[in-house]
Design a protein around this ligand. Structure first.
Ligand code: PLP
Length: 448
């Protein structure tokens, strides 16, 4: 299983076959120890540039005739390991890390859509994504058609010959109604439109690429980093979309690209060995949009995300089991009007929850407190253990009032469509002992 890359020395890579289980791949994938120092932790390569062996080597690498590194805006050895491990986690062929989740969404869509094109998106989204799609993309000439995702056929109905992709969150923040990845993925496959799934809320427990999505992405600022210590994003290509078969719809992928020496991305990827060339979609993204806009992660951010990944397989089940127990407690509490938790939905929702997340119900809860907006404010102010912050996916339990924070700049109608009422409280359930979480929430509810 080990590959000896140094004569008589320790192995510096694992043999890629047999394929490792996810729990093992996030600890050992693509790196075992540093060949120069034998250090077992992935080093932080704080180097902007990489020495070329010769003039020919430099031009081969720049022209993508040969795998190699040019400059850390485009690639970095620490970030490479992070990308390969997340690709393994998601069952994809390659990944591209970005400086934030927002940057990941921006690049994933701009890579295939231009002015005059449209995309179809679920209306159940994080507020920042609604701003990006309905505001900034609109100004760039890319129209977003928002649809109610509870009926998968809405995606088909809203699409035309200028539709470049479909977009949704696997478990929408903060709507929490599981997206029908299987059903929408099947229609996307039929029409030849790539389905891009934001899997920020459910890494590991939902595997969108296996369910039928073509691309998945994350804000790694959340559960992948896991400790609220760094902002980041990542895009993973499942390698299942046949760009050549739909070349009329995807001229940006299939026609010569004048911004990169008239390169044809499908040909270039086919001829380039190694991880950068394994996905034409990401090869193009790295060498055009990352090159031009530059939202790259720092190697230190990638290092922190690598640390987070190492314990993700332990953390996600614990986040979910704490959330389920807290949701049961809230459901029985007299001061709570209703609790939104994926496994509490109707038959269709419960089926989609099981399809997407198996036995897990997800790591977040939304509830409506009796007494409206004032009681909601008092509840937040009385929390002692639970933090009042507008974030999710921390090891600690976090509470927020989305109408006054994450969704404050979203128009009221779009905010309601995204599941945010005036008195809605969102809890990102952490890893503390469940009795301590329940005790703090209980005392805050009693005094709200
Ligand atoms: N996608 C989802 C589902 C999110 O919740 C967030 C942020 O909360 C983002 C994307 C944006 O990520 P970032 O804050 O890393 O830019």
């Amino acid at each position: 299983m080990l590959t000896k890359s140094q004569k008589n020395g320790p192995a510096t890579q694992l043999d890629p076959t047999p394929a490792l289980h996810v729990e093992t791949a996030v600890l050992h994938g693509s790196y075992r120890c540093d060949p120069a120092t034998l250090a077992t932790t992935v080093p932080i390569y704080l180097s902007n540039a990489y020495a070329f062996e010769s003039i020919e080597h430099a031009s081969d690498v720049f022209d993508l005739r040969r795998e190699g590194r040019t400059y850390s805006r485009l690639m970095n050895p620490t970030t490479d390991i992070f990308e390969q491990r997340v690709a393994a986690l998601e069952g994809g062929i390659a990944a591209l890390a970005t400086s934030s989740g927002q940057a990941a969404i921006m690049l994933a869509i701009l890579n295939i859509a231009a002015a005059g094109d449209n995309i179809v998106s679920s209306a159940h989204l994080y507020g920042g994504t609604i701003n990006l799609l309905a505001g900034t993309f609109q100004r760039l000439g890319i129209e977003t058609r928002f649809v109610d995702p509870s009926d998968p056929e809405r995606f088909r109905e809203a699409s035309d010959h200028r539709t470049r992709c479909w977009f949704a969150e696997a478990l929408p923040n903060p709507k929490l109604s599981p997206f029908p990845v299987v059903e929408v993925g099947a229609i996307a496959h039929e029409l030849g439109i790539p389905l891009i799934i934001d899997n920020t809320m459910t890494p590991l427990i939902t595997r969108p690429l296996e369910l039928g999505a073509h691309v998945t992405l994350h804000s790694t600022s959340k559960y992948i980093c896991g400790h609220g210590t760094t902002i980041g994003g990542i895009i993973v290509d499942g390698g299942t979309f046949d760009w050549a078969a739909y070349s009329e719809r995807f001229p940006l992928m299939t026609s010569p690209d004048i911004s990169h020496g008239n390169i044809r991305w499908l040909d270039a990827a086919r001829d380039l060995p190694g991880p950068y060339g394994s996905s034409p979609y990401l090869l193009k993204m790295r060498n055009t949009l990352m090159r031009d806009f530059g939202p790259c992660p720092s190697p230190f951010a990638s290092f922190l995300c690598i640390q987070g990944l190492e314990t993700l397989t332990l953390r996600m089940p614990r986040h979910c089991s704490n959330a389920r127990q807290l949701a049961e407690y809230l459901k029985a509490h007299t001061s709570v009007l209703d609790v939104t938790y994926p496994t509490f939905g109707g038959t269709v929702e419960r089926h989609r929850a099981e399809q997407n997340m198996g036995d897990h119900g997800g790591p977040m809860i939304v509830f409506e407190i009796a007494g409206g907006i004032d009681a909601g404010r008092r509840f937040i102010e009385r929390l002692q253990l639970v933090y009042h912050v507008s974030n999710i996916g921390d090891a600690r339990t976090l509470a927020t009032h989305p109408a006054s924070t994450t969704h404050a700049s979203v128009p009221r109608e779009a905010r309601l469509a995204a599941g945010v009422r005036d008195g809605t409280i969102r809890i990102s359930v952490g890893l503390e002992h469940i009795e301590d979480i329940v005790a703090d929430i209980g005392q805050a509810l009693d005094r709200a």
